[in-house]
Write a protein that binds this ligand. Structure first.
Ligand SMILES: Nc1nc2c(ncn2[C@@H]2O[C@H](COP(=O)(O)OP(=O)(O)O)[C@@H](O)[C@H]2O)c(=O)[nH]1
Ligand SMILES: [Mg+2]
Ligand SMILES: [Zn+2]
Length: 360
């Protein structure tokens, strides 16, 4: 498979041409095992380790993640290849790394569409989906909500309608990975060279969906415990696959917790309906608690706004405030500037290329 088949495009090409890379080759990370990465490219596939320079990189988020495009040097069949550099990411789905450390963890890099999967069984939880949505809007990938196990649920339509109320700006697909119901709608999202990632708790059916889309059994599927409908954590290596139609699909292990990383804009976007209500409150500094003329309180008492949703937004904003006090403000600003520069540079290179091609 060529790098084009693995999703290489003008965005990455722009960074590739711009650097002085000697005889290195590009490759895409398809799996990770501790400090080794499985990389695919024009050369085929091989395992690679990080160069000394990369190993000195301080933050966990600077390490290669599944979906990343890397610059690597091949050293023949007998020795491990070496990853020199991670090319700038076009998008990245992240979370706060679990535990006390205030650190960003990259779950999936260079994703176009994120399939946020829930089960229509015991797992169903719109509040959790709001959390994923916020982080997804922040990531640069487009979210699609997938409700799986329609075959095991009597009131799938009702639950879908409930989820649609949190799905501002995105769509909700009701599917069954067991029967194939609803898959036509999913398959419309699969375009050659596009990368999709399956995200969601353990046991919701991500690997079963992957197997069905792959038209073969590649990912291990384990029964969920009946008592709490939670799956055991079976997917130990994340993997990136090429689907029969040419789209790229990433399966991920179930994320036990999904604490947001810096996602101020993502939270705003996920709750855009509430923000636009807030703009109608009589007082500019309304806290939506007891103030007269509060549009949010009015919507709550009219029953057009879900109190659970308002409470969740408050909770996520509090988490953001806490996090932002903890993240080194200088590092945070640097990161923001870096993203701006990356996107500006990519845009300029792309526009230059368009002009050059116009002249030819
Ligand atoms: N009834 C039903 N069960 C499903 C469906 N999809 C997956 N499952 C079951 O849910 C369990 C967990 O599936 P798995 O794909 O491993 O979930 P993952 O942890 O999200 O990858 C397995 O027992 C699957 O057979 C579905 O559409 N309907
Ligand atoms: Mg799985
Ligand atoms: Zn208000």
């Amino acid at each position: 498979m060529s790098i084009i088949g693995w999703g290489w495009n003008s965005y990455f090409e722009a960074f590739w041409r711009g650097s002085d890379l000697g005889n290195a080759v590009p490759g895409r990370v398809v799996a990770q095992q501790r400090k080794f990465w499985r990389v695919a490219g024009d050369f085929g596939e091989c395992w690679a380790e990080a160069s000394g320079g990369l190993r000195l990189a301080a933050a966990e988020s600077d390490w290669p993640a599944v979906g990343d495009w890397v610059v690597m040097e091949l050293h023949g069949a007998d020795s491990t290849a070496v990853i020199q550099e991670v090319l700038p990411r076009r998008s990245k789905f992240v979370r706060k790394s679990p535990g006390k450390k205030i650190e960003e963890q990259v779950i999936a890099a260079n994703v176009d569409t994120a399939l946020l999967v829930s089960g229509l069984d015991g797992d169903f939880n719109p509040r959790r989906v709001e959390r994923y949505l916020a982080q997804c809007w922040e990531s640069g990938a487009r979210p699609v909500i997938v409700l799986n196990k329609a075959d095991a649920c009597e009131e799938a339509r009702g639950k879908a309608a409930e989820m649609e109320r949190v799905a501002i700006g995105t769509s909700v697909c009701v599917v069954s990975a067991r029967t194939g119901e609803g898959f036509a709608e999913l398959e419309e999202l699969l375009k050659p060279g596009h990368t999709l990632v399956l995200l969601g708790s353990s046991g919701v059916g991500k690997s079963t969906i992957a197997n069905r889309l792959l038209e073969e059994t590649v990912q291990e599927v384990r029964p969920v415990r009946e008592s709490d409908s939670k799956g055991r954590h079976t997917t130990t290596t994340r993997e990136l696959f090429i689907l029969p139609g040419g789209a790229l699909l990433m399966d991920t292990p179930g994320l036990r917790e999904m604490q947001l990383w810096d996602a101020e804009n993502g939270v705003a976007q996920a709750f855009a309906d509430i923000d636009s209500l807030a703009a109608q409150c009589r007082f500019g500094d309304c806290r939506h608690e007891a103030e007269p003329g509060c549009a949010i309180l009015a919507a709550l008492s009219a029953g057009t706004l879900d109190p659970g949703r308002v409470e969740n937004r408050r909770k996520l904003l509090r988490e953001q405030e806490f996090l932002q006090r903890k993240i080194d403000p200088e590092a945070r600003q640097e990161q923001k500037e870096l993203w701006k520069q990356i996107h500006r540079a990519a845009r300029q290179k792309y526009q230059q290329r368009q002009r050059d091609e116009g002249k030819r």
